[in-house]
Write a protein that binds this ligand. Structure first.
Ligand code: NAD
Length: 339
C-alpha cells in the first residue's frame, strides 16, 4: 500500500508552475475557483498552506494538528498569526526577494503619475481638451529630496533608483540599521523621523506593518511636510493613518499622494480618497508584474516542498521553530536565515 501524500492547501490563485510543483509531492486542495474547498474542511489533515493575502488565525492553526509549514506568497506576514504558529512549531516561510524590484518600480510609477498629473493629462487628451495643456504643469524629481522610511530590500532599491536614476538627494530613516549601513544602501541617514518629514519633498514608506509601525505616520508627522510634498504609500494599510492623510490632502496640507495599500481592502465606496483629485491609487498591485507573481508563487511552493521533504526553505520568518516536534525533520540552519 502506498503512503498517503501530504495535503497542501492553496488559499488564492497562484502561478500554474507553483501548482505543478506542489502536485509533484502533495495532494493540492484549492481554496478558490468553482470547486473551492473551505480551509475549515481540510484543517484536520492539512500539512502545508500556501497563502497570499487571506488572514490565517491562531485559532485555525490550533485546529490543524498536522500543519508543518505556511508559505507566504510575498514578503509581509501581517496576515499570518506568526506568534501562534511559532508556539505550535509551524514554520512560516516567505519570498522576500521575489517582488522588491516590482514594488520599487511601482513607487516611481505612482510618484510620476502624481507629479506629472498623468491621470488628468490622459483624460484631457481623450476629452479633446488638448489646448488646456498650458494649465498642466508638473514638477521634476531631479535635485529634490526623497525621504525613505524603512531601508530594507524595497527601500534600498527605491533609494538607488532615486539617487542614481533621477538624481534625487536621498535620506533614509531606519532605527534598525547603523548610519554606515544606511549610507551603503544609498541614502544619507536621518536619526529623527521628524527631520525626514521636515526636509523631504517626497516621502516613501517601506516598513512592515507591526504593532510598532501601525499608525506611525499620522497627523503630527504629515503636518511636518512642506505643502509641495508628495507621500507615496506602498507598504501596508495601517502604517499610515488613512483618515489623517485624507484630511491633510483635503486641506492641501501636501500636494498629493500615491497610494497602493488601504486600511480596508477593497476600500469602502465612501472612502475619503475617492473625492480627492490629488491622489493616484492602485489596487494593491505594486507587486503585480508577471515576473514577480511567478517568483512569489514558485518560491512559496518551493518552501512547502522543502519542508515536507525534510529540507529548509530559503527564507524563514520564525527560525525559533527549528527543532520543534513538527519541524524536527527540517534540516537545522547552518547560517543566517532569511528575514
Ligand atoms: P524588509 O524587511 O527588507 O525591510 C523593512 C525595513 O523596515 C527593515 O530594514 C526594517 O529595519 C525597517 N523598519 C522596521 N521598523 C521600522 C520603523 N519603525 N521605522 C523605520 N524602519 C523600520 O522588507 P521589504 O521587502 O523592503 O518590504 C517592506 C514592506 O513592504 C513589507 O513588509 C510589506 O508590508 C510591503 N510590501 C508591499 C507590497 C505591495 O504590494 N504593496 C509588496 C511587497 C511588500
Amino acid at each position: 500500500m502506498s503512503t498517503p501524500r501530504p495535503v497542501v492547501y492553496v488559499t488564492q490563485p497562484v502561478h500554474p508552475r507553483a501548482l505543478d510543483l506542489l502536485a509533484g509531492s502533495a495532494d493540492v486542495v484549492l481554496g478558490y475557483g468553482d470547486d473551492a474547498t473551505p480551509l475549515d474542511d481540510v484543517l484536520p489533515v492539512v500539512e502545508g498552506i500556501l497563502v497570499r493575502t487571506r488572514i490565517l488565525s491562531g485559532d485555525e492553526f490550533r485546529r490543524a494538528p498536522n500543519l508543518r509549514v505556511v508559505a507566504r506568497h510575498g514578503v509581509g506576514v501581517d496576515n499570518i498569526a506568526v506568534a501562534d504558529a511559532t508556539d505550535l512549531g509551524i514554520l512560516v516561510a516567505n519570498t522576500p526577494d521575489a517582488n522588491m524590484k516590482s514594488v520599487a518600480e511601482h513607487v516611481f510609477a505612482l510618484l510620476l503619475a502624481v507629479k506629472r498629473r498623468l491621470v488628468t493629462a490622459d483624460a484631457v487628451v481623450r476629452g479633446g481638451r488638448f489646448e488646456i495643456r498650458d494649465t498642466l504643469v508638473g514638477s521634476e524629481l531631479g535635485g529634490h529630496r526623497l525621504g525613505v522610511i524603512g531601508m530594507g530590500r524595497i527601500g534600498t532599491r527605491v533609494a538607488r533608483i532615486a539617487g542614481q536614476g533621477f538624481g534625487m538627494d536621498v535620506v533614509g530613516f531606519d532605527p534598525y540599521l547603523s548610519a554606515p549601513e544606511i549610507r551603503q544602501r544609498g541614502a544619507e541617514p536621518v536619526e529623527q523621523l521628524g527631520d525626514l518629514f521636515r526636509t523631504s519633498d517626497v516621502v516613501t514608506v517601506h516598513v512592515p506593518l507591526t504593532a510598532e509601525t501601525r499608525g506611525m505616520i499620522g497627523a503630527a508627522e504629515l503636518a511636518e511636510l512642506p505643502p509641495h510634498a508628495v507621500l507615496i504609500h506602498t507598504a501596508r494599510g495601517g502604517v499610515v493613518d488613512e483618515e489623517a492623510l485624507i484630511d491633510c490632502l483635503r486641506r492641501n496640507g501636501i500636494a498629493g499622494a500615491g497610494v497602493d495599500v488601504f486600511e480596508a481592502e477593497p476600500p469602502p465606496s465612501d472612502c475619503g480618497y475617492f473625492g480627492l483629485p490629488n491622489v493616484v491609487m492602485t489596487p494593491h498591485t505594486a507587486a503585480h508584474t508577471e515576473g514577480a507573481l511567478e517568483r512569489m508563487s514558485v518560491g512559496a511552493a518551493e518552501a512547502i516542498v522543502a519542508v515536507l521533504g525534510g529540507g529548509r526553505p530559503a527564507a524563514v520568518v520564525n527560525p525559533a521553530v527549528f527543532g520543534s516536534a513538527r519541524t524536527r525533520a527540517v534540516a537545522t540552519p547552518s547560517g543566517g536565515l532569511g528575514r
